[in-house]
Design a protein around this ligand. Structure first.
Ligand code: PMP
Ligand code: GLN
Length: 382
């Protein structure tokens, strides 16, 4: 393995899920739902499978899916041309990797917000670029973006900034003011923004998702990325997409076409159906996830953890110190065997493990009885 990929030999999700399976643990580690997406979407996939949609789709994605993505994006007031400004990818993961491969290279710096989704660091490394990490700070009861820290991270080598909101793993949803500050920096320093919006529909209470691309000066410099997995409970389908200017989409496509070329042929029309017709189903998902968040948060508090607030995504972070633990990773490794629950330590998503070592992430995209069983088991930690 080449040196630049040596830090990335395994993922925490694969490791924790394997450990959960070994100990028959309730898996609140890897974030994936335990129920299916809308029946209409599954039917559409079945019809496509039996209707002959089983060969290569067009390189940029099936036209009806690109049109549906464009219509969906209009909800934010941004208009993308399905022919030149939208690209279907193998999940958001490929979109992120292809964007970094296409737009950054050795000598470039990419600003990444910490804690960061694990594929960001690996994809920056594959591109040969360097990550420059800016940590979220706990402020006013949430994990906030410190604009001064962000400003200080920009150098003459900065080429791009990766922004994930709603944010995995903290559950933070960036405010309009935070995003405006990011936008101002991008415009001033002529940076490309790559936004990971896979949890765009999973926002709670009065939180609202603002795509960075909607802010002045950002439409032409932002690669907006999302995916069907989280919105329609189909994480295994790996249908994602990029919305950006024709120049940026052409660049991302140049990389993407030699990674997978295309993927998910019969699933693409089903996701098109879902984007056009299943948003009421997504609204029900959102409300049920908000209840699950409250259910798990209450249970984790009862079990003795200090629970951090979650405004979006399907993750909750807790501080393990009130239970007498110092390092959440040590706890995470023994938790499946000790009480039969799996969770993910936040420090693995950072370059500063000491600062983040007390936080543990739990996923709540599970049936209520599964959440309740996990809580019952976690109570034994006291
Ligand atoms: N970004 C974030 C923040 C995620 O949590 C995930 C995984 N769920 C992804 C990207 C990957 O999305 P996909 O499965 O569509 O590749
Ligand atoms: N995005 C999911 C999570 O954060 C897992 C994705 C994966 O397994 N790579 O839990």
């Amino acid at each position: 393995l080449v040196p630049r990929l040596q830090p990335f030999t395994s993922t925490i999700f694969a490791e924790m899920t394997a450990l959960a399976v070994r100990h028959d643990a309730v898996n609140l580690g890897q974030g994936f739902p335990d129920t299916d997406g809308p029946a209409g979407m599954l039917d559409a996939a079945k019809n496509a499978l039996f209707g002959g949609a089983n060969q290569y789709p067009p390189g940029p994605g099936r036209p009806e899916l690109r049109a549906a993505i464009a219509r969906h994006r209009l909800r934010y007031g941004t208009d993308y041309d399905p022919d030149t400004e939208i690209l279907v990818t193998a999940g958001a993961t490929e979109a992120i990797a292809a964007s970094l491969l296409a737009l950054t290279q050795a000598g470039d710096e990419v600003i990444v917000i910490e804690p960061y989704y694990d594929s960001y660091a690996a994809a920056v490394a594959m591109a040969g670029a360097e990550r420059r990490v800016v940590g979220l700070v706990e402020r006013d009861g949430r994990f906030a973006l410190d604009i001064e820290d962000l400003r200080a991270a920009v150098t003459e080598r900065t080429r791009a900034i990766l922004i994930n909101s709603p944010h995995n793993p903290t559950g933070t949803v960036f405010t309009r003011a935070e995003l405006e500050a990011v936008a101002a920096l991008c415009v001033t320093h002529d940076l490309i923004a790559i936004t990971d919006e896979v949890y765009e529909h999973l926002v709670f209470d009065d939180a609202e998702h603002f795509p960075l691309a909607t802010l002045p000066g950002m439409r032409e410099r932002t690669v907006s990325i999302s995916s069907a997995g989280k919105t329609f409970n189909c994480t295994g389908w790996k249908i994602g997409w990029v919305c950006a200017s024709p120049e940026l989409v052409a660049a991302v496509k140049a990389a993407k076409q030699f990674i997978t070329f295309v993927s998910g042929g019969p699933l693409q029309p089903a996701v098109a159906h879902a984007l056009d017709h299943e948003l009421p189903w997504v609204e029900d998902l959102r409300t049920s996830l908000q209840d699950k968040r409250d259910r798990l948060a209450a249970g984790l508090a009862e079990a003795g953890f200090a629970v951090r607030p979650t405004a979006g995504t399907y993750f909750i972070c807790v501080d393990v110190r009130p239970l007498g633990f110092e390092d959440a990773a040590e706890l995470a490794w023994e938790l499946p065997e000790r009480v039969g629950v799996a969770a993910v330590p936040v420090k693995v998503f950072t370059d500063h493990p000491e600062e983040w070592k007390h936080l543990l992430r739990f996923a709540f995209c599970k049936r209520n009885e599964v959440i309740d069983e996990a809580v019952t088991r976690l109570r034994k930690l006291r």
